[in-house]
Design a protein around this ligand. Sequence first.
Ligand code: B1M
Length: 212
Amino acid sequence: MSNYADLAQSVIEGQKDKVIEHVKNLISAGNDPMDIINEGLIAGMNVVGVRFKAGDMFVPEVLMAAKSMAGGVELVKPLIATVDQKSAGKILLGTVKGDLHDIGKNLVGMLIESAGLEVINMGVDISAEDFVDAVIEHEPDIVALSALLTTTMPAMQDIIEILEDEDLRDKVKVIIGGAPVSQEYADTIGADGYAPDAGSAVELCKKLLASK
Ligand code: B1M
């Protein structure tokens, strides 16, 4: 038998095999896939964040935790109910330049996709110019930007400014998310919205698509 606390502890310890075992057990026991993510995997990663900040954990250990969490998310991913419909919108998603954090961004992509929207996931460390080129190439309805570092947040503003310079700003909505950003920051840089978590990102996308 496994519980959410065991799963969170295995994420903290970076024990990918144990994470996979606990996730499999929790799935077999009929637990909700989103509860497995929120109460087990993310709960563990939140503790990692606190210990990392306090200097009790270091980058290699944090990477092990991140890889363990990603292994767990992969198992849960097929179980997230997918709305079977023709794509109701196209979302261009990526982590901004200088930033390598992708766990939250990938969760956001997974949930948006499961809501029946098309997601083009550009990955991490994406320059403003590459985002704008991708807007021209893919013509998305929404650009969703992730940043986890206070030092990379300004890259979000760069993207909005280049979109304005290229006369593309009125063709695409821009939304932002990630631990250091906020609704206030979204307002400051002229983004169309902010989502604090993956579930809210889905709701925000739906709201913006409905208003288009
Ligand atoms: Co880094 N890191 N990290 N890190 N890391 C943080 C972000 C930090 C807060 C840790 C700390 O000090 N407490 C800190 C940033 C401090 C700051 O800027 N204020 C930090 C630092 C300092 C660094 C380095 C500089 C460390 C170093 O090298 N000295 C370095 C930078 C590397 C770089 O990016 N250039 C670094 C490196 C790393 C690892 C590579 C080791 C690893 C990342 C692995 C990976 O992503 N593949 C890592 C990790 C794992 C973390 C913490 C511990 C966990 C992040 C995470 O995955 N959380 C993090 C501490 C923390 O956040 N508590 C930390 C789980 C995830 C589900 O949540 O990403 O917040 P989150 O995503 C949420 C929401 O934010 C939101 O929805 C998600 C799901 O609910 N969301 C969006 C995210 N993106 C969205 C986009 C949207 C909408 C919502 O679109 C609209």
